[in-house]
Design a protein around this ligand. Structure first.
Ligand SMILES: Nc1ncnc2c1ncn2[C@@H]1O[C@H](COP(=O)(O)OP(=O)(O)OP(=O)(O)O)[C@@H](O)[C@H]1O
Ligand SMILES: [Mg+2]
Length: 353
C-alpha cells in the first residue's frame, strides 16, 4: 500500500503538451480514478507513475520517497495495459508465474503465490489453459492475477474493461473492487466511462486536455461540478447557456431565452454562464424554493423504471427524468408542460466550452 503524490507534472511530446502541470494526491488503499475523454492524458499519467516514461518537469512521490526518475522495477508499481498483453505461448500458470520467475523465487513459493493469485481472481483450475482458450473476461483476470502476484505497492489499470461486453464489464468492475478491498491495495484506475468511474471509485479526478479540472468523491463530482466541462462530462445533464442580468451580493438573476431565473447563487465575475440542472432534479409538480418554467413537450421517452420528458423552452431543450407515472401519463407531445426546479438544485458556472 502506498500514497502517491504528483506535483506539477509537465509532459510534452514534440509540439503536444500532454500534461500541463498536474498535481494529484492519491491516498493509502484508495481506488482512485482518472476520468476524461480520449487524448486528455490519462495513459501518459499512468506511464509516468509506473516509470515507463519520465516527465519534463515536476515530481512524483511514493510515500516519503521521490521516485520521479527511478526505474520502473525499483518503484514496485505494476501497470495492467488495456489489451492485457498476455503471452500467447504460455499457459495461464506460466503467465502469472513469470514475474516471480524473473525475481528468482523458489519453485514451491512460486506455486503457492500463483495459486493464491488465481484463487483471488476466481480462476482456480485454469492453470494449464492458453490465452486463446479463455474468454475476454478470463484473460482480463489473468492479467490482473499476473499483476497482483508480485504484490505491487500500487496497481495501475488502464481502461481494463474496455474490450469486454456490457455484462462482463459490470461483473469485472465489481471483481476489481472486491479484490482491491480484500488486499487493501492502492489502485489507480483509468476510464473514459463516467458511470464506471462513479461505480468503482473512492475518488475521481476529471481530466480535460492535460489538466485536472476537479478531484472529489463520485457524489461530490456528480452533485457539485465546479466547471462546465465536469458538469457536462458526468452523464446526461442539462447545461443551458445563459446571461447574468442582475446581481445582489452572491445572488444573481440569469436569463435564457425569455426565461428569468432569480435567486440563484453565483459569485464568479463572468456574466456569460451556464446553468446546470440534473434531469432527475426537474419535477413535474411544484417544489419548495422552486422556479417554474412553462414550455411544450417535445418528446416523452419511457425507460421502464423512469420516464424522460424532453421539454422545449423557446429553442432550449430541457430533460426531466421522473418516476411519476401519473403526471407523465397526462402529457402529450406538443402539449404544454411546466417544469419545477428547486433553486438549491440549479448550479450556475462560468461559460467555458
Ligand atoms: N508517444 C507519443 N508521442 C506523441 N504524442 C503522444 C505520445 N503519447 C501520447 N501522445 C499525445 O499525448 C496526448 C495524451 O495522450 P494519452 O495517451 O495520455 O491520452 P488518453 O487520455 O490515455 O487517451 P485515450 O482515452 O484515447 O487512451 C494525446 O494528444 C496524444 O496524442
Ligand atoms: Mg489511454
Amino acid at each position: 500500500m502506498v500514497e502517491v503524490r504528483l506535483e506539477n507534472i509537465v509532459k510534452t511530446f514534440g509540439e503536444t503538451v500532454a500534461l500541463k502541470g498536474i498535481s494529484l494526491h492519491i491516498k493509502h488503499g484508495e481506488l482512485f480514478t482518472l476520468l476524461g475523454p480520449s487524448g486528455c492524458g490519462k495513459s501518459t499519467t499512468l506511464r509516468i507513475i509506473a516509470g515507463l516514461d519520465f516527465p519534463d518537469s515536476g515530481e512524483i512521490w511514493f510515500d516519503k520517497d521521490e521516485v520521479t526518475y527511478m526505474s520502473s522495477s525499483e518503484r514496485g508499481a505494476v501497470l495492467v495495459f488495456q489489451n492485457y498483453a498476455l503471452w500467447p505461448h504460455m499457459s495461464v500458470f506460466d503467465n502469472v508465474a513469470y514475474g516471480l520467475k524473473v525475481k528468482k523465487f523458489p519453485k514451491d513459493e512460486i506455486e503457492k503465490k500463483v495459486k493464491w493469485a488465481l484463487e483471488l481472481v476466481k480462476l482456480t483450475g485454469f492453470e494449464d489453459r492458453y490465452p486463446t482458450q479463455l474468454s475476454g473476461g478470463q484473460q482480463q483476470r489473468v492479467a490482473i492475477a499476473r499483476a497482483l502476484v508480485v504484490e505491487p505497492k500500487l496497481l495501475l489499470l488502464d481502461e481494463p474493461l474496455s474490450n469486454l461486453d456490457a455484462k462482463l464489464r459490470l461483473e469485472m468492475r465489481s471483481e476489481i473492487r472486491r479484490i482491491q478491498r480484500e488486499l487493501g491495495i492502492t489502485v489507480l484506475y483509468v476510464t473514459h466511462d463516467q458511470e464506471e468511474a462513479m461505480a468503482i471509485s473512492d475518488r475521481i479526478a476529471v481530466m480535460n486536455v492535460g489538466t485536472v479540472e476537479q478531484v472529489g468523491t463520485p457524489r461530490e463530482i456528480y452533485e457539485n461540478p465546479r466547471t462546465e466541462f465536469v458538469a457536462s462530462f458526468m452523464g446526461k445533464t442539462n447545461v443551458i447557456p445563459a446571461k447574468v442580468v442582475e446581481r445582489d451580493g452572491d445572488k444573481v438573476t440569469v436569463e435564457f431565452e425569455h426565461f428569468r431565473l432569480d435567486g440563484l447563487t453565483y459569485t464568479e465575475k463572468s456574466d456569460s454562464v451556464v446553468i446546470v440542472i440534473r434531469p432527475e432534479r426537474v419535477s413535474l409538480k411544484p417544489v419548495e424554493n422552486g422556479i417554474s418554467i412553462t414550455g411544450k413537450v417535445d418528446l416523452i421517452e419511457y425507460y421502464g423504471f423512469f420516464t424522460e420528458v424532453i421539454g422545449l423552452f423557446g429553442e432550449t431543450r430541457i430533460i426531466a427524468r421522473t418516476m411519476a407515472d401519473r403526471e407523465t401519463a397526462e402529457l402529450r407531445p406538443q402539449g404544454e408542460v411546466t417544469f419545477h426546479i428547486s433553486r438549491d438544485d440549479i448550479i450556475v458556472l462560468p461559460k467555458q466550452l
